[in-house]
Ligand binder design. Structure first.
Ligand code: BES
Ligand code: MN
Ligand code: MN
Length: 465
């Protein structure tokens, strides 16, 4: 095996690069790459162009690939075609950021001690930059491996053009393995190795029963109220208190956790107290930690994200609104077929309220990952090397559309080396990342590349030219 890295050297390396790291993170956080907002199209493009220039400045070859939506950026540190190739996936698009709860402007990069604030700092710009600086170390040390970066700008909208774009470029993008850095630990003292992701099926329910606002005194009692009807429909679908989904057949394909799964959950170090603290919850549907983990990582959900319709201003404006919209999604677990869920939900809505129009939004099946074999072992060893602790096995409750696509198109295994913490606030106001995760993350990535360089190439030659 190639000479092992010394933790001390990586600490020194990270300390020396801290200024460069923060500068790169600042530049990208201050570009508001909100993929869902049409008016940000130019900003997303600027983000992709910055990504290309960053790779080039660091000595990589880089290119922007057009898609039917936002671009994809591919950067390569290539040593030799005869060596194995590892591809690092991150996304540089972010969630919208608005609202009064932000203490500093969301698209200002604000450094407070060792913490970095701003939309995208933890999801997923901070981890992306961390992986890049980890790769630079491995590159400088001449680790015998090609390191490629695949940076997406449409992850937060369900990766609608990702699969077709990587398919069109499958030859150039061929890789022996993929490592994704876009997942969360259980807590700062508990690095995690996810064994899978939940999937997602989005919907919009829309009901229109009139043309304009009408006085509820002159029409109320006889007029249909679309806001009330949508509320009723939602309560027909799901029990608001328990979260139990009432659509017949919804749970039919859910596989109960195995003994091994339950063992992993019990050993994960998850606590209800920290979960509540990190997510600022006042109370939960359940308090038992095992029950919480099962619900978040292994069970499907039916969630209302937003309900729009009617008066939202001060006081009471006594109108009946003409229309209402509910934005809904279901998290899916392995073995659930998103198409079947679409059918169950749309049929159920039709039966309960035939006037409600259902738009079907992004579809991402659940992902079942691998936690055994040389790559998974390398992830664990690198995390232990960098953070002093072996990761615990978890599942992730969130979804990353690109993962299944990469496995399918590249025919290469995908692994997770996440660096985010629950307290960093994925999708929340005051999202942040911190130097400890960046510093350790650089060491973990550098060490992972060194280890992966040693993994025998099994089958990638079939895809590769
Ligand atoms: N990084 C998350 C996925 C994630 C969330 C992993 C929680 C582990 C734990 C990703 O950026 C994300 O937010 N995905 C969206 C996809 C959706 C908008 C199509 C999600 O899960 O809601
Ligand atoms: Mn993410
Ligand atoms: Mn996200």
């Amino acid at each position: 095996m190639a000479k092992e890295f010394a933790k001390e050297d990586l600490k020194k390396y990270a300390a020396g690069k801290r200024g460069n790291y923060e500068e790169a993170l600042e530049r990208i956080v201050e570009i508001p790459t909100v993929s869902v907002e049409p008016e940000r199209k130019e900003a997303v493009r600027r983000g992709a162009e910055y990504a290309v220039s960053l790779f080039e400045a660091k000595g990589a070859k880089a290119r922007l690939y057009e898609t039917k939506g936002h671009p994809i950026v591919y950067g390569r540190f290539d040593r030799s075609p005869s060596l194995p190739t590892v591809t690092v996936y991150n996304h540089l698009d972010v969630q919208p950021a608005e609202g009064p709860d932000w203490k500093t402007p969301p698209f200002d990069f604000v450094k407070k001690g060792d913490r970095y604030y701003g939309r995208g700092t933890t999801d997923d710009k901070g981890p992306a930059m961390t992986a890049l600086f980890g790769a630079l170390y491995a590159w400088e040390q001449e680790v015998p491996i090609n390191i490629r970066f695949l940076w997406e700008f449409e992850e937060e909208i369900g990766s609608p053009h990702f699969e077709s774009t990587i398919r069109q470029n499958a030859k150039e993008f061929a890789t022996d393995s993929v490592v994704v850095s876009d997942t969360v630990w259980v807590s700062r003292s508990r690095p995690a190795q996810p064994a899978g992701l939940r999937g997602l099926q989005g919907f919009r329910f829309f009901l229109q029963t009139g043309e304009t606002d009408q006085h509820s005194g002159t029409a109320g009692g006889a007029a249909r109220n679309p806001v009330t009807e949508l509320c009723q429909l939602i309560c027909d679908c799901v029990d608001g208190k328990t979260g139990r989904i009432k659509i017949p057949g919804f749970y039919a394909d859910v596989v109960p956790p195995s003994k091994r799964d339950l063992e992993d959950l019990k050993n994960s170090g998850f606590t209800t107290r920290e979960f509540k603290r990190d997510h600022l919850f006042r109370s939960l549907r359940v308090d038992d930690p095992l029950e919480i983990m099962k619900r978040v990582w292994m069970m499907p959900t039916f969630e209302v994200h937003g309900l729009a319709g009617g008066y939202q201003g001060p006081g009471v404006k006594t109108i009946i609104a003409p229309k209402a919209t509910a934005i809904v999604s279901c998290r899916l677990v392995p073995n659930m077929d998103p198409k079947k869920i679409v059918r169950l939900v749309t049929d159920f809505v039709k039966q309960k309220n035939p006037d409600v129009k259902v738009d079907v939004e992004h579809t991402l099946p659940a992902y079942q990952g691998k936690t055994t074999g040389p790559y998974a072992d390398a992830i664990r060893a690198s995390m232990k090397f960098a953070f002093g602790k072996e990761p615990v096995f978890v599942r992730e409750g969130g979804s990353i559309g690109a993962v299944l696509s990469m496995e399918k198109v590249f025919k290469s295994p995908v692994f997770f080396l996440g660096l985010s913490l629950p307290e960093h606030g994925y999708h929340a106001p005051n999202e942040n990342f911190d130097w400890a995760q960046a510093e350790g993350g650089m060491a973990a990535f550098a060490d992972y590349f060194r280890r992966v360089a040693e993994v025998p190439r099994e089958k990638a030659t079939a895809v590769r030219k």
